[in-house]
Design a protein around this ligand. Structure first.
Ligand code: PEP
Ligand code: MN
Length: 354
């Protein structure tokens, strides 16, 4: 159920609708749009008794949402969601192309800084790196843990780059949320419902990677889990799915980009690194991801990829990344997007201090 407010509805009228929804025992999710605010209702397993909602001042109409996903849907919010990063010019969603680059794993301070310097120079706004790694083998490098998070926080302080890093489990999520600017939920965790809910209770943007056998609806429902907890800052990521093809690690399913954009207001980015598993395919598929209309890219870059501890085969050299940035900037223009050059960070405010 969705309560659509009139364009001229006042904040008090919207609040009164939320209060009535709560009094009925449900959860209210006000979603402001350019034209009007809609208030999503969750917590109901069947149809909501209208409870007089339609008669409250400022209400235009009460409509039933028949799709399984509600808050992610364009029915609830028509305009694209744009996630901003306070104090910076960085954003994800809308017309700017967000580029997230960095190594698969944080391996050491030197490695992370060497790579961060290169991608910062290439003009990105977001640095990625795993401190907690989902590895197929329990004997493989599992990540540096909190030490890795601390290195990324130092990288943010040094280069201004916003940090994207994975929360692998409920145990590490709160710690990751403290350090990260964007919490990544990996493909293997896309249906870890308790982790999604927990990420939904933080107030950090959450990047949900598509599970390797997940359908469009399953991906959208994973985002719905996060949003149902009141965190509306969700980014989706296509990173390839398992198919019979064996010339790549995964099959990058670019057709999901327009499918997501039709169904949802959430941004969707493309990861050509995991999506191909091959260094020589990252650039062509990054180009294609931008051409198909993605809101951003996530790319694995290492200052010395042949020595990378994880995912070296799909990790590109800084020079290749420079080329990628130049080419996608041109392609972005053809599909009415632009690639911001670098991040600007406002001076830290001294307001509130002695
Ligand atoms: C990663 O981004 O390094 C990662 C492990 O990705 P995925 O969850 O898509 O495999
Ligand atoms: Mn990786």
């Amino acid at each position: 159920m969705l309560v659509v407010m009139k364009p001229q509805a006042t904040p008090e009228e919207i609040q009164a609708v939320c209060d009535r929804i709560k009094a009925l025992g449900f959860r209210a999710h006000p979603m402001p749009g350019a034209e009007r605010t809609a208030v999503g209702i969750t917590g109901n397993s069947g149809a909501v008794e209208q409870g007089g909602l339609g008669d409250l001042p400022g209400v235009a109409e009460v409509i039933r949402v028949t799709k399984p996903y509600k808050l992610v849907s364009r029915d609830v919010k028509q305009e694209d969601t744009i996630i901003t990063f306070p104090g910076t010019n960085a954003s994800i969603g809308g017309r700017n192309l967000a580029v997230i680059a960095g190594p698969c794993s944080i391996e050491s301070r030197d490695q992370a800084f060497a790579t961060a310097e290169q991608v910062a120079r290439a003009g990105v706004q977001f640095f990625r790196g795993g401190a907690y790694k989902p590895r197929t083998s329990p004997y493989a490098f599992q990540g540096m843990g909190e030490d890795g998070l601390k290195i990324m926080a130092e990288i943010r302080d040094t280069f201004g780059l916003r940090i994207v890093t994975e929360a692998l489990d409920n145990e590490s999520l709160d710690l990751v949320a403290e350090y990260a600017d964007v919490i990544q939920i990996g493909a293997r965790n896309m249906q870890n419902f308790s982790l999604l809910k927990r990420a939904g209770r933080t107030r950090k943007p959450v990047l949900v990677k598509r599970g390797m056998s997940a359908t469009l609806d399953e991906l959208l429902m994973a985002a719905e889990y996060v949003m149902s907890e009141g965190n509306y800052q969700v980014i989706l990521c296509e990173r390839g799915v398992r198919t019979f093809a064996d010339h790549t690690r995964n099959t990058l399913d670019l057709s999901i980009v327009p499918a997501v954009q039709r169904a949802s207001h959430l941004p969707i980015i493309v990861d050509p690194s995991h999506g191909t598993g091959k260094r020589n395919m990252v650039l062509p598929l990054a180009r294609a991801g931008v051409a198909v209309g993605a809101n951003g890219l996530m790319v694995e870059v290492h200052h010395d990829p042949d020595k990378a501890i994880s995912d070296g085969a799909q990790t590109i050299f800084p020079e290749q990344f420079n080329e990628l940035m130049q080419e996608v900037t041109q392609i972005a223009a053809a599909v009415h997007r632009s690639v911001p050059r670098g991040i600007t960070v406002a001076e830290p405010t001294t307001a509130g201090r002695g």
